[in-house]
Design a protein around this ligand. Structure first.
Ligand SMILES: NC(=O)c1ccc[n+]([C@@H]2O[C@H](COP(=O)([O-])OP(=O)(O)OC[C@H]3O[C@@H](n4cnc5c(N)ncnc54)[C@H](OP(=O)(O)O)[C@@H]3O)[C@@H](O)[C@H]2O)c1
Length: 300
C-alpha cells in the first residue's frame, strides 16, 4: 500500500482510508467484529481510519474505543482522523431544537477532547471541520484549531465539504496549515473536477480525501447512470480480474490530485478486497470513458 505524506507534522497515511460512518449500522457491532475489520484493513496496509464525533448518532467512536481496549496494540498501528462541528438532532441532546453547525472554540475543543476519550487515544492524527459553518467566526475557529495542535491533542487539522473560499477564510486565520479537504468524489459525483474544489486543493498543494468513493453503494443500483458506468467499467474490471468497486476506486487513484479514497463497506469480504484497486491502472482515455459516462456527455 502506498503511504502518503499530508504534512511534515504527521505520520504517513495509507492511500486508501477506511471510514467508520456505518460501523453502528452493522448487525454485529461486537469488539470482535470491529477488530476483524481493522485487521482486514491492516493486512492490506490500510492503516488510516476515518471517524467523526457524530457517526452512528454519536456511538461509533465509542464502539471503536471499546474494541481498542481489547486490542490496545491496534492503537499505534493506525492513524486516527475525526471531525467536529455538526450538531445533530439526537436523543442524546434533548435541548437541541435545530440541526446546526458549531465552530466555536468551546465546541471544537470539547469535541476533539471527547473524541480522544471515546476513541481511547492520546492524540488525533487529524481533526477536520466536518461542514462549512455559515455562522463561523474564522478568528475564533482558527485559533481553536491552532491551540489543539499546539497542545499536542491534534497533530494536524483539515476541513471537509469546504468550498475554495471557505478554505481561504479559515486558513487566513491559522498559523498551522490545513492539510486536506475531504469531499464527495465518485463516478456519480464529479462536479469537483470542474467546480474549483480539486483545483483549489492542487493550488494549495494539499491532497483531497474522497468520501463515498462508491457513491455510498448507488454505483451498484439500477439508475441509468449506474448502469452506464458499470458497462464502461466492466471490461476494465475483467481485464484486471477485479470487481467494479476496485475500478471505481482506481479511477480516483489515477487522478493527479493524489486523492485518498475513504471506503465504507461493512462487509468483511469486501473489506478484504479493498486494496484490489491499487492493482488497476487507468490510462487517460479510460479515465475519460468513465468521466463521460459520469457526466452523460462527451467533453466539448
Ligand atoms: N466528510 C463527510 O462529510 C463524509 C460523508 C460521508 C462519508 N464520509 C466518510 O466516508 C466513508 C465512506 O463512505 P461510504 O460508506 O458512503 O462509502 P462507499 O464505500 O462509497 O459506500 C459504502 C456502501 O456501499 C456499499 N457497497 C460497497 N461495495 C459494494 C458492492 N460491491 N456492491 C454493493 N454495495 C456495495 C456498502 O454496503 P456493504 O456495507 O453491505 O458492503 C455500503 O453501504 C464513511 O465511512 C466516512 O468515514 C465522510
Amino acid at each position: 500500500m502506498e503511504m502518503v505524506s499530508l504534512h511534515d507534522s504527521l505520520p504517513l497515511f495509507s492511500r486508501l482510508v477506511y471510514g467508520m460512518w456505518r460501523l453502528a449500522d452493522d448487525s454485529d457491532t461486537s469488539d470482535g467484529q470491529v477488530i476483524a475489520k481493522v485487521e482486514k484493513c491492516l493486512e492490506q496496509g490500510i492503516t488510516t481510519l476515518d471517524h467523526a464525533n457524530i457517526y452512528g448518532d454519536y456511538a461509533c467512536e465509542a464502539l471503536f474505543g471499546r474494541a481498542l481496549k481489547a486490542r490496545p496494540d491496534l492503537k499505534d498501528a493506525c492513524q486516527h482522523i475525526s471531525k467536529c462541528d455538526v450538531m445533530l438532532l439526537s436523543d442524546h441532546y434533548p435541548d437541541r431544537r435545530v440541526k446546526h453547525y458549531d465552530t466555536s472554540a468551546v465546541h471544537v475543543i470539547e469535541s476533539a477532547e471527547t473524541s480522544l476519550s471515546r476513541l481511547g487515544i492520546d492524540a488525533l492524527d487529524l481533526l477536520l471541520i466536518h461542514r462549512p459553518d455559515p455562522f463561523m467566526d474564522p478568528t475564533e475557529t482558527g485559533r481553536a484549531l491552532d491551540s489543539l495542535i499546539d497542545s499536542g491533542k491534534v497533530k494536524a487539522c483539515g476541513v471537509s465539504n469546504f468550498k475554495p473560499w471557505d478554505l481561504d477564510l479559515l486558513q487566513a486565520h491559522m498559523h498551522h496549515p490545513l492539510v486536506t479537504n475531504q469531499i464527495e468524489i465518485n463516478p456519480m459525483a464529479v462536479d469537483c473536477f470542474v467546480n474549483g474544489d480539486i483545483a483549489k486543493a492542487q493550488t494549495m498543494g494539499i491532497k483531497p480525501m474522497a468520501w463515498s468513493p462508491l457513491a455510498g453503494g448507488a454505483l451498484f443500483g439500477d439508475s441509468a447512470r449506474a448502469l452506464e458506468l458499470r458497462a464502461v467499467m466492466q471490461p476494465i474490471a475483467d481485464n484486471a480480474n477485479v470487481g467494479i468497486d476496485a475500478v471505481a476506486v482506481a479511477w480516483l487513484l489515477a487522478h493527479p490530485a493524489g486523492i485518498l479514497p475513504v471506503l465504507g463497506t461493512n462487509n468483511l469480504e469486501r473489506i478484504a478486497r479493498l486494496s484490489d484497486a491499487t492493482r488497476v491502472s487507468i490510462d487517460r482515455q479510460q479515465w475519460f470513458e468513465i468521466y463521460q459516462a459520469a457526466t452523460g456527455q462527451e467533453v466539448p
